[in-house]
Ligand binder design. Structure first.
Ligand code: HEC
Length: 196
């Protein structure tokens, strides 16, 4: 009885969280239905303290998160954001190899792979730290997404049209997006607490 009540509370809570206000402006209702399902699944994986924080996000932030998610078709319930980041880095390096060897197919295919990078277990939020789960901090995510995913897709087109000069400029903008996001949401990787 208690368990089913908890379940009902959860369904109501996620229903309210990803309410129609968050979806209304999106063009493809079938896709948004899928994305909503994915978000609810991600919510079900989160610990209550994170769920509570996510619940306080404004409809605007929810909509932005759904927009980011709707641009991805690859998900994993096992891997972490750190693992995704290493895969992203490999695609990024493969783009560089494509540009430097004047290989439009390698540059374009790697850029499209990067733009549709995998989403880790529970989505991005569980890896950003509880302190970052608020409207102010998350407002910048859309911008970073535009510079990384958006510029990757532009790079793919530029490479395919044979313009490696333009591709190189987009490559620089992708790098700026990576760095900007790390500045806000990441600290120095691998720092040891055994050093003075
Ligand atoms: C949405 C924000 C965001 C964007 C955009 C982003 N990263 Fe990250 N990145 C993170 C976060 C957060 C971590 C820390 C993850 C962790 O340790 O749990 C991270 C970690 C990393 C790491 C270190 C992994 C480790 O072993 O500690 C690498 C490498 C990395 N990112 C590469 C990239 C590259 C390359 C790009 C651009 C193509 C990029 N990232 C774009 C947020 C981002």
């Amino acid at each position: 009885m208690k368990k089913s009540l908890q379940k009902l509370t959860f369904i109501l809570m996620t229903g309210a969280l990803f309410s129609s206000t968050a979806i209304a402006a999106e063009p493809d209702p079938a896709r948004m239905k899928e994305v909503k399902k994915i978000m609810m699944h991600q919510m079900s994986m989160m610990k209550p303290e994170l769920q509570k924080k996510v619940k306080t996000l404004s409809p605007k932030t929810q909509k932005a998160l759904m927009k980011i998610l709707s641009q991805h078709t690859r998900y994993s319930d096992e891997i972490t954001l750190r693992q995704v980041m290493h895969e992203v880095l490999s695609d990024y390096q493969s783009i560089a190899a494509g540009i430097m060897t004047d290989n439009p197919v390698q540059a374009a295919a790697s850029a499209r792979r990067l733009a549709n990078h995998r989403i880790p277990a529970g989505g991005l939020l569980p890896y950003l730290g509880l302190d970052n789960i608020n409207d102010t901090k998350l407002a910048v995510l859309g911008t970073f997404n535009d510079s990384v995913e958006g510029e990757s897709l532009k790079l793919a087109k530029a490479a395919e049209s044979g313009d490696m000069g333009a591709a190189a400029i987009h490559f620089g903008k992708i790098s700026s997006g990576c760095i900007a996001c790390h500045k806000v949401f990441r600290s120095k990787p691998g720092v040891s607490d055994l050093l003075r």
